[in-house]
Design a protein around this ligand. Structure first.
Ligand SMILES: *Cc1c(COP(=O)(O)O)cnc(C)c1O
Length: 360
């Protein structure tokens, strides 16, 4: 069977060369005589893999020695608890910008441990825009401010990173990490589930400024304490070894293809292809109208007619464009076009949509 164009929001398409390399190395990795899956995480062969993965992430994202890179489990959803459990302590106050379902879940979880203030929200319009925030809106003595950098479900992103002054900014970058250039120094913590843009499910990457480690609340479980993982090189317990290995291969692929700047350029090209068509189509339209707020990674769109949406999804699936159904809270369609989706995939989708529009 041929590979399809997979527009899944996550887990999502991986670069074919990565899968092929993993396939080649699946049974015997290097001269170890075993699969990466079968290796002790304490072996020197495995240590080289995790070290290389970290080195590549540091190189690609330009991460300074002021930050630790941690390889954890539990998904981005565990970070919703881990962040407050580690950062609350001074004022026990945190500000959240509510730009979607994930942001809402993050705020709700944090409110179990301290005072959470929703400083801005786009809930009034099904999260189809990014609310304007200014520095004076933030609580001056907050322990941190939290944003969801790219809103996977609603297709918005922060084109500009809010200025929070001295208050550490925490960003959920699950669906945008490695997709565009980012100044890590603007953030206290960046976290991301790997399954959108950096590998398979099971791995969560945390980039955390050193001074935010070691101040966890007393009630913080050992496994949820950043210090535990920082002090043990992400090997306090068994890390998700195979997912880290695939993440390493993805990083190698990003580097071979020109690094993050090159990814961003292609991602902008892909997004422009689809948005331009949506803005000119008489049948389809993007749900996010404000151009500045539009995500480069997740593009929801609708026809305004549920039957037509269903017909489109059905015919697209049959033609090899899969996982285009939108999230239930938005309806319609959503095309997730992560790094591994080639320009040709988006072009082929646009061509298919044009044909569908002409026929219907
Ligand atoms: C997918 C996603 C999550 C949830 O990730 P899990 O790894 O499944 O916990 C959280 N935030 C964002 C922005 C996401 O896209």
């Amino acid at each position: 069977m041929n590979r399809v164009y997979n527009f899944s929001a996550g887990p999502s398409v991986l670069p074919l060369p990565v899968l092929e390399k993993a396939q080649k190395e699946l049974v015997c990795y290097g001269d170890t005589g075993m699969s990466v899956m079968e290796m002790s995480h304490r072996s020197s062969a495995y240590q080289a893999i995790i070290d290389e993965c970290e080195a590549l992430l540091r190189e690609l994202l330009n991460i300074s020695d002021d930050y630790k890179v941690l390889f954890l489990q539990g998904g981005a959803s565990s970070q919703f608890a881990m962040v407050p459990l580690n950062l609350f302590g001074k004022s026990n106050k945190a500000d959240y910008i509510q730009t979607g379902l994930w942001a809402k879940k993050a705020a709700k979880e944090a409110s179990r441990y301290g005072d959470v203030k929703i400083v801005a929200s786009s809930d009034d319009k099904v999260f189809n825009y990014i609310p304007k925030v200014t520095k004076d809106m933030f609580t001056p003595d907050a322990d941190y401010v939290h944003i969801t950098h790219n809103n996977t479900i609603y297709g918005t992103r922060f084109a500009e990173i809010p200025d929070t002054g001295d208050v550490p900014l925490v960003a959920d970058m699950s669906s945008s990490i490695l997709s565009q250039e980012i100044d890590v120094n603007k953030f206290g913590i960046i976290y991301a589930g790997a399954q959108k843009n950096m590998g398979p499910a099971g791995l969560t990457v945390v980039i955390i400024r050193n001074d935010l480690i070691g101040k966890a609340m007393d009630i913080c479980p050992t496994m949820f304490n950043y210090e535990t993982h920082s002090e043990n090189g992400s090997m306090f317990n068994t890390p998700p070894t195979y997912a880290i290995y695939i993440c390493k291969l993805v990083c190698e692929w990003v580097k071979e293809n020109g690094g993050i700047a090159a990814m961003e350029k292609v991602n902008k090209e892909k997004a422009a292809l689809l948005y331009d068509y949506l803005d000119n189509s008489a049948m389809f339209s993007a749900t996010v109208e404000n151009k500045e707020d539009r995500s480069l990674m997740n593009i929801p769109f609708v026809t305004g007619n549920d039957e037509l949406n269903a017909k489109f999804i059905k015919e697209a699936t049959a033609a090899g464009f899969v996982n285009l159904k939108g999230h239930r809270t938005v309806g319609g369609m959503r095309a997730s076009i992560y790094n591994a989706m080639p320009v040709e995939g988006v072009q082929a989708l646009v061509d298919f949509m044009k044909k569908f529009e002409a026929e219907n």
